[in-house]
Design a protein around this ligand. Structure first.
Ligand SMILES: [Zn+2]
Ligand SMILES: [Zn+2]
Length: 178
């Protein structure tokens, strides 16, 4: 199979190789993504990761289909609180947020900004819109899910089954001080 592509941080030091299609291309409207985005966007040179409607676009990819091909020494993790189950990993060479990961999860949510505009997987749905004060203001170009729907879980679970229920580890050099 040659269905792979490379994406990376803004300065090009951190490169990831992705094999096969994503699990899903989504916009997350949850409070945690919006809070983390606000903080990470204060890093010098950091790109904007939360858009005007409060959405964080991410591409979900099986962990066994992501390989960090260069620059892993620049990666640092950020958690909203020390015990948070979610970490967000940033390429500190240029402060590009790279991915979001739930502890024990079998996928990575890669920040959509890693892709050039013309190569980004097309948006399929929005999740966690119930966290917004006024979800009715969202466009209806794709399904707007209040939480995560059954279809959404079926996709995520289906990917894990195909992975043989494994959950590869991604090691990161240390923590990020914001
Ligand atoms: Zn960089
Ligand atoms: Zn979120």
């Amino acid at each position: 199979m040659s269905d792979y592509q490379e994406v990376g941080c803004a300065c090009g030091k951190v490169r990831l190789r992705l094999d096969g299609p994503p699990i899903a291309s989504v916009e997350c409207l949850c409070t945690s993504c919006r809070e983390a985005g606000k903080i990470l966007e204060t890093l010098p040179g950091s790109p904007k990761i939360v858009d005007g409607k409060g959405a964080t676009p991410v591409v979900m990819q099986r962990k066994d289909r992501v390989e960090i091909v260069s620059g892993s020494e620049h990666l640092r993790e950020f958690r909203l609180s020390p015990k948070a189950a979610t970490r967000r990993v940033v390429a500190t060479c240029c402060n590009t947020p790279v991915f979001l990961e739930f502890t024990g999860g079998h996928w990575l949510s890669l920040y959509a900004g890693l892709w050039p505009d013309n190569a980004r997987p097309k948006l399929e749905l929005r999740t966690m819109t119930g966290d917004l004060d006024d979800p009715s203001a969202l466009p209806d170009d794709v399904p707007n899910l209040k939480q995560h729907s059954l279809t959404f879980y079926a996709r995520v679970l289906g990917a894990w089954i195909r992975m043989g229920f494994r959950s590869p580890k991604f090691s990161v050099e240390g923590e990020l001080n914001v």
